[in-house]
Design a protein around this ligand. Structure first.
Ligand SMILES: Nc1ncnc2c1ncn2[C@@H]1O[C@H](COP(=O)(O)OP(=O)(O)O)[C@@H](O)[C@H]1O
Ligand SMILES: [Mg+2]
Length: 256
């Protein structure tokens, strides 16, 4: 059984067909890339699978079970973690607080415990802090734990966002343009982070990425999207040689 399977998914935004007859299979541990020009529908596909929108048509199965119509937090708790194209970090929280926060969806003590500080709560909070620090160390940003995220360089913020997504121990991690706006040095660091995450935690990764170097080096399977439709699918070598891809995408966009 595939980890994630999408069958014939179509989505309309008030008359505009943003995604048409989209299919996807991701096996456990696989790194899958999604590329395509701006406005092709990549983020919409992420939003459909992660429950931000409900598809007009189609099936989405996570470990064989339908997740269509579930709330984003329910889908997250079934093992799907994500980052956003535009980072959603909170202004007045430290790096460590961000990553700790992300654990709370998993907690069992509930609101009453949160209010009255039960023993269980304290035990869990200690574990959460420890796990959060481990994640920050793994991503190489532990030294910023007590700083306010918004004062930190962009590349560091991106890593915090990723640590937050990893907090729930996802079986699959969705990353929407994680290297956008990064300097070349930050980019090299980020590629290393992807490899570390994959090696240490082994989640499948579904990556939207506009930098060809990143996609081609990391992904095993790549889909190219244009006007909401997959126009090519295959290994990095197959994609790079595909004339439709070159015409729709590679010819026009920045190739690094
Ligand atoms: N919430 C929305 N309401 C209406 N149209 C949307 C919405 N989100 C995206 N779109 C439209 O859907 C198309 C695909 O957008 P998007 O998925 O963001 O593309 P990409 O991520 O590939 O750049 C675009 O035409 C965009 O304007
Ligand atoms: Mg997008």
């Amino acid at each position: 059984m595939p980890l994630l399977q999408v069958k014939n998914m179509t989505h309309f935004f008030s008359g505009l067909r943003a995604v048409h007859n989209y299919n996807l299979v991701i096996e456990p541990g696989e790194i899958h890339g999604l590329i395509g020009p701006n406005g092709a529908g990549k983020t919409t596909i992420f939003n459909l699978i992660t429950g931000v929108y409900t598809p007009t048509e189609g099936e989405i199965l996570l470990e064989g079970k339908s997740i269509v119509g579930l709330q984003p937090h329910e889908i997250a708790s079934r093992g799907l973690g994500r980052t956003f194209q535009n980072m959603r970090l909170w202004r007045h929280m430290t790096v460590l607080e961000h990553v700790k926060m992300a654990h709370y969806s998993k907690l069992t003590y509930g609101l009453v415990g949160a209010f009255f500080g039960t023993a269980k709560r304290y035990r869990e909070e200690g574990e959460i802090e420890e796990h959060s620090m481990e994640l920050l160390e793994l991503l190489g940003v532990a030294q910023f734990a007590d700083q306010n995220v918004l004062n930190l360089p962009y590349g560091v913020q991106r890593k915090v966002e990723m640590a937050r997504a990893l907090a729930v121990k996802p079986k699959i991690l969705f990353l929407d343009e994680p290297t956008v706006g990064m300097t070349p040095e930050e980019l090299v660091g980020m590629m290393e982070v992807f490899r570390t995450i994959h090696k240490e935690f082994g989640p499948a990764i579904f990556l939207i990425e506009h930098r060809m170097k990143v996609v081609m080096e990391l992904c095993e399977q790549i889909q190219t999207l244009n006007f909401g439709e997959v126009i090519a699918e295959g290994t990095p070598e197959q994609i790079q040689r595909n004339p439709k891809v070159i015409e729709a995408y590679l010819g026009k966009e920045e190739v690094e």
